[in-house]
Design a protein around this ligand. Structure first.
Ligand code: RUB
Length: 330
C-alpha cells in the first residue's frame, strides 16, 4: 500500500469492491469524490509528486471492479483536468474538475430521466431488473409529469438489488409487485416495458448489465414487450471502438452458496469435503453481469437523446474521438 494514498481513497475503494457503494453511476460519483479528497489532503511537496499520488489513487480505485466503465471514465475525466505548474494549482484544478464531473453526472441523469419518461404513458407497468439510478430517473420524471406508473420488480439474485428498487419506488408511492427472477417471463404479460440500466455499452450497441438482463430481454422480445435501457453517456465504453471486449466480473461463490450450505450438500452426498480436498467436484460460478445483444434492445436512452442501439457508435465517436492510453498508466 502506498502511504501517500489518502485513507479516504482506500475506504472508497474497499466500499466499491465490497458493494457497499454500488451501481455504475454511484461508483463513478464516489470515485471522483475520492480523487478530490486525495487532491485536498495530499502533502506532496512537488508538482510531479502530486501527479504521482493522484495517479496512484486512481489506480487503486480502478482496480476495484472491472465491468462498469463509468469508473475509468470518471477517473480519466478528473485526471485530464489536473492542470498547473504548482501543487496549489494542481490541487485546485483537480478539485474543480471532480466537482464539475459530479454535477454533470447528476444533471445528465435528470435530463436522461426527462427523455426516458416520454416513452412511458399514464398507467404503464414497468418491469425492472437490479437497481439502476438512471432507470429510476425515468420513472421519477414520469411521476413528476403526473403519470401513474406501476412496477414489477425482479428480486435479482444473488444480491437482491430488487429490494433497493422496491424501497425507492414505494417511497415514491409506486405500486410494486416483487417477483423472483424465475417468475419474470410469466409476469411479462402484465408489463408494458422492460426498463433497465447499464454498466457498459459497447460500440456495437451491446448492453452490459446485471446478470439476467439478457435472458429478460430475450423473453421480452418474444412477448413483444419493448426493452428500454437508461444509460448516461458515461456508460459508453470507449475501448470497444477498437475491438476490446468488456470484462465481466466474477464474484465470490459465497454470494451464491454459503460455506455452511456447501458443507451440507457435500456431507449429504457422502463426498469428501475435508478442507484439503482441493477439488470436491462442486463448482459455483457467479458472474455479476451479462451481455445483451443490440437486437434485443429497443432503445438506449441517454442525456443526449434516445438511440437505437445500432447507432450508439456515432455518439461514441463524437464524445470520445481518438482514444488514448489511461492517464494512471502514464
Ligand atoms: C448494478 C447494475 C445497474 C447498473 C446501472 O450492479 O447492474 O443496473 O450499474 O446502475 P451492481 P445506475 O449492483 O453489481 O453494482 O443506473 O445506478 O448507474
Amino acid at each position: 500500500v502506498d502511504r501517500d494514498i489518502s485513507p479516504a481513497v482506500v475506504e472508497t475503494a474497499d466500499d466499491i469492491a465490497a458493494m457497499r457503494t454500488r451501481g455504475a453511476a454511484t461508483i463513478a460519483d464516489a470515485a471522483a469524490d475520492a480523487l478530490a479528497i486525495q487532491a485536498d489532503q495530499s502533502e506532496a511537496d512537488s508538482a510531479s509528486e502530486f501527479r504521482r499520488q493522484l495517479r496512484a489513487a486512481a489506480k487503486t480505485l480502478y482496480e476495484t471492479r472491472p465491468t462498469a466503465v463509468s469508473l475509468p471514465n470518471a477517473l480519466r475525466y478528473v485526471l485530464r483536468g489536473m492542470e498547473g505548474e504548482t501543487v496549489t494549482e494542481l490541487r485546485t484544478t483537480t478539485i474543480t474538475r471532480a466537482d464539475e464531473f459530479r454535477a454533470d453526472l447528476e444533471q445528465a441523469q435528470t435530463k436522461l430521466g426527462e427523455i426516458g419518461a416520454n416513452r412511458l404513458r399514464d398507467g404503464d407497468v414497468v418491469m425492472t431488473h437490479c437497481h439502476s439510478t438512471d432507470a429510476l430517473s425515468c420513472i421519477e420524471a414520469a411521476l413528476e409529469d403526473g403519470k401513474e406508473i406501476e412496477a414489477i420488480v425482479k428480486e435479482t439474485r444473488p444480491r437482491k438489488q430488487g429490494h433497493i428498487t422496491a424501497r425507492q419506488l414505494r417511497e415514491w408511492d409506486v405500486p410494486v409487485t416483487l417477483v423472483v427472477d424465475n417468475a419474470a417471463r410469466r409476469y411479462l404479460d402484465d408489463a408494458d416495458h422492460v426498463l433497465v440500466g447499464a454498466d457498459s455499452i459497447a460500440a456495437d450497441g451491446s448492453v452490459v448489465n446485471k446478470i439476467g438482463t439478457s435472458g429478460l430481454a430475450v423473453n421480452a422480445r418474444e412477448r413483444g414487450v419493448p426493452v428500454m435501457v437508461a444509460a448516461q453517456t458515461i456508460k459508453l465504453h470507449p475501448d470497444t471502438m477498437t475491438g476490446h471486449t468488456v470484462e465481466i466480473e466474477m464474484r465470490d461463490e459465497t454470494e451464491v452458496l454459503s460455506s455452511g450450505d456447501r458443507t451440507a450438500i457435500l456431507a449429504e452426498a457422502g463426498a469428501d469435503d475435508s478442507p484439503d480436498a482441493s477439488d470436491d467436484g462442486l463448482t459455483v460460478e457467479n458472474p455479476a453481469f451479462d451481455v445483451t445483444p443490440p437486437r434485443h434492445v429497443d432503445a438506449i436512452v441517454t442525456e443526449r437523446g434516445q438511440f437505437p442501439p445500432e447507432s450508439i457508435v456515432t455518439l461514441m465517436r463524437e464524445l470520445f474521438g481518438e482514444t488514448t492510453g489511461e492517464p494512471w498508466e502514464a
